[in-house]
Write a protein that binds this ligand. Structure first.
Ligand code: B4P
Length: 194
């Protein structure tokens, strides 16, 4: 069983690949973005707190994010492996995840970095804006989300590199091709069958 993190700029295909890999690898995909959006849609107390933050393209505060992930990771289906989509995104979140996995003698096995050119992913998200009408998919907010990623999340890659966890995958091209590249990269580390 694998403890995998998918990371990459907004629009790199994390959500898309997480759903496919969850089936392929037989591990639950845990997406903080999806959890927050469900709470916003259901107008839960958490949803009410995070709605305006997400609409502006800012990160939800670490304490709230850490709490919902800790709760989700404590569920039985995540005991033997999981795929984290979009968490951790800040150094505080990395520290908290290290601490909570470390309690049981666990740690991340691999970090899949989906690499994509900013203009390509902006174009993808503009397309999704038309198809799905997400409030954070206007061009201005998309570009803001890109800078938040560059400032707060991209520097974490160095840290994961120092732990020799990162596999880099070209996120451009057809969805199936990107999946094949990820599975080959995981197989190269003995974490999937190619
Ligand atoms: P997320 O839901 O994670 O949104 P995202 O980073 O924009 O990635 P997303 O999953 O939507 O895009 P994807 O690449 O799959 O986060 C949303 C917000 O939640 C954040 O801004 C923040 O406010 C909050 N949040 C979440 N996690 C947080 C955390 N840890 N800490 C603090 N705040 C947090 O796909 C994009 C589009 O590309 C899709 O339309 C897809 O169909 C398309 N696509 C995918 N692969 C493609 C391909 N190969 N070719 C063409 N199109 C493709």
């Amino acid at each position: 069983m694998t403890r995998l993190l998918l990371v990459g700029p907004p629009g790199a295909g994390k959500g898309t690949q997480a759903a496919i890999l969850s089936d392929t690898l037989g591990i639950p995909a845990i997406s903080t973005g999806d959890i927050f959006r469900t709470n916003v849609a259901n107008e839960t107390p958490l949803g009410i707190k995070v709605k305006a933050i997400m609409a502006k393209g800012e990160y939800v505060p670490d304490d709230l994010t850490n709490e919902i992930v800790a709760h989700r990771l404590s569920e039985p289906d995540a005991a033997e492996g999981f795929l984290l989509d979009g968490y951790p995104r800040t150094i505080e979140q990395v520290n908290e995840l290290d601490r909570s996995l470390g309690k049981d003698g666990h740690a991340l096995d691999v970090v899949v970095l989906l690499e994509a050119d900013i203009e390509d992913v902006v174009a993808r998200l503009m397309k999704r804006a038309i198809e799905q009408g997400r409030v954070d998919d206007t061009e201005e907010i998309i570009r803001h989300r890109m800078s938040v990623y560059t400032e707060q999340t991209a520097p974490l890659i160095k840290l994961f590199d120092e732990r020799n966890l990162v596999v880099r995958v070209d996120a451009l091209g057809a969805v199936d091709n990107v999946t094949d590249r990820i599975v080959s990269a995981l197989a190269g580390r003995g974490l999937a069958s190619a």
